[in-house]
Write a protein that binds this ligand. Structure first.
Ligand SMILES: C[S@@+](CC[C@H](N)C(=O)[O-])C[C@H]1O[C@@H](n2cnc3c(N)ncnc32)[C@H](O)[C@@H]1O
Ligand SMILES: [Zn+2]
Length: 447
């Protein structure tokens, strides 16, 4: 709560409680004895799907979000993905206001940074960064302690996204800036050809899964030493001795942080025509480096499901999310086509429901508990009331993914509750003009 007196919906830390797990047919299926997981493709805004996934559920997250490039991407007519498109332009309307107060309360420094970026670069940038940080915060929560997150960026957004990731993961958990380089025809411009993307790797802790991948030797090394293992050392004076080969064969050299992987050729069988489709080879490398067989891989911006295909090929489990309904058709076709690999997966446009937070029906004892926590005051205007004059409210309404969880309840006075209705707390705070802190929040978010 970072120094704030009022409660905000904090569903970040929910862990498994006792009791029987429920089995639902929307992806997360668990029984107490034996967890059952089904690969699932969600067609929905990823913020709400992420908010419905259990904490510490997945081992690896790959995100390939839109970049604020002010373009609309469309699949070419005649391609498998024809009809699919997504926009890459941002306004304040893209930001979910219900999750704003959570961001401001739990990541105040990040909120300040976003406000500053907005002052420098305008509202679309601020909206984009807010939109992205809301998703990064949720992605962080659903990642296991040993998990890794790969954020795929282009040069328009990578430096901003890195600061957001530093803010949520901690900059000590930054592991690599991977440069994915490729050859492609460049558009005429007075600059060097833009032939790389950046992929930022963060881990949730210092105890993370990582398999050292190997690559073959550079041509010059092969010419000089062949494929034999090389040893080098220092003489008695600390001077480096010339390298020598041994009888043993070398397995290769440790993979560097720049990867030459061709983009998908126009004639390639892999190409679906989906705009911004990434090569399977890129995703396979990421998955092999940072997960084990049987692990769960999540892609919240999955497009034509490249990550899901790669995960399936490598015997990992997967969750894919994309908002674009038109993409779902091609996506399901790809999953079903792929050599019968995908006999069994769930495709749904429903959001999942967390099973790791205890549902608490609204009751007198919940009210009493909250009354103590709020020190007898309305959670918005701060006025003291007797318990009977305070009303139970869902901080994030149920329609927006907020559930009957203790963490999502608050007590409001009748007047505040009527002003708020089914709106976000941000709206209520803006109405309570005497509240200095609330005004500050408003300034943070530029409204
Ligand atoms: C850069 S593309 C991803 C391409 C993907 N890596 C592939 O190989 O096909 C970004 C995707 O994010 C989706 N998207 C944008 N906003 C979203 C949101 N809020 N929730 C879920 N998906 C979203 C778009 O529809 C688009 O398919
Ligand atoms: Zn009040």
């Amino acid at each position: 709560m970072a120094g704030l007196r009022y409660r905000t919906a904090d569903l970040r830390t929910g862990r498994a409680f006792g009791g029987e797990w429920t089995i639902d047919d929307r992806g997360m299926m668990m029984t107490k004895k034996e967890p059952v997981f089904r690969n699932t493709l969600y067609t929905h805004d990823n913020l709400y799907v992420l908010a419905g996934l259990n904490s510490e559920l997945v081992d690896l997250i790959y995100l390939d979000p839109p970049f604020n490039s002010k373009r609309t991407y469309s699949a070419p007519i005649g391609s498998k993905a024809a009809g699919a498109s997504f926009k890459d332009m941002w306004t304040w309307k893209d930001v979910d206001e219900f999750h704003l107060d959570t961001l401001a309360a739990h990541y105040p420094v990040l909120a300040k940074y976003i406000a500053n970026a907005g002052t420098m670069h305008g509202k679309p940038m601020m909206a984009y960064l807010t939109y992205m940080s809301q998703r990064i915060v949720e992605a962080y929560r659903v990642l296991k302690e040993t998990g890794s997150l790969y954020m795929h960026c282009d040069s328009t957004a990578s430096h901003y996204l890195k600061i957001l990731l530093d803010g949520v993961f901690g900059k000590n958990n930054f592991r690599n800036e991977i440069i994915w380089c490729y050859k492609k025809w460049s558009v005429a411009q007075k600059a060097f050809s833009k032939n790389h993307d950046t992929v930022l790797l963060y881990t949730k802790s210092s105890d993370y899964c990582f398999h050292q991948l190997l690559q073959s030797r550079a041509k010059s090394t092969l010419k000089r030493f062949g494929t034999q293992k090389i040893v080098s050392g220092f003489d008695d004076y600390g001077k480096r001795k010339p390298s020598e080969t041994t009888k043993e064969k070398s397995k290769g050299v440790k993979m560097a942080d720049w990867w030459e992987i061709p983009i998908i050729a126009p004639s390639s069988k892999e190409r679906t025509g989906y705009p911004t489709q990434k090569p399977l080879a890129l995703l396979r490398r990421i998955i092999e480096a940072s997960s084990n067989e049987g692990d769960i891989v999540l892609d919240p911006f999955c497009g034509c499901a490249t990550t899901c295909v790669a995960a399936q090929q490598l015997d990992r489990k997967w969750i894919g999310i994309d908002i674009e309904k038109k993409a779902t058709r091609i996506l399901i076709q790809r999953l079903s086509d792929d050599a019968g690999l995908f006999k069994d997966f769930v495709a749904t446009d429903q959001v999942p429901k967390r099973t790791d937070v205890r549902e608490v029906a609204p009751s007198k004892s919940v009210k009493e508990q909250l009354y103590k926590a709020q020190e007898g005051m309305c959670n918005a205007c701060g006025t003291a009331f007797e318990l009977r004059h305070l009303e139970l409210d869902h901080i994030i309404p149920k329609a927006k993914g907020g559930g009957d969880y203790y963490e999502n309840y608050q007590l409001l006075c009748g007047s505040c509750n009527r002003i708020k209705g089914d709106r976000p707390m941000e709206y209520l705070w803006l109405k309570i003009e005497t509240r200095e802190r609330m005004l500050k929040t408003r300034v943070f978010f530029g409204e």
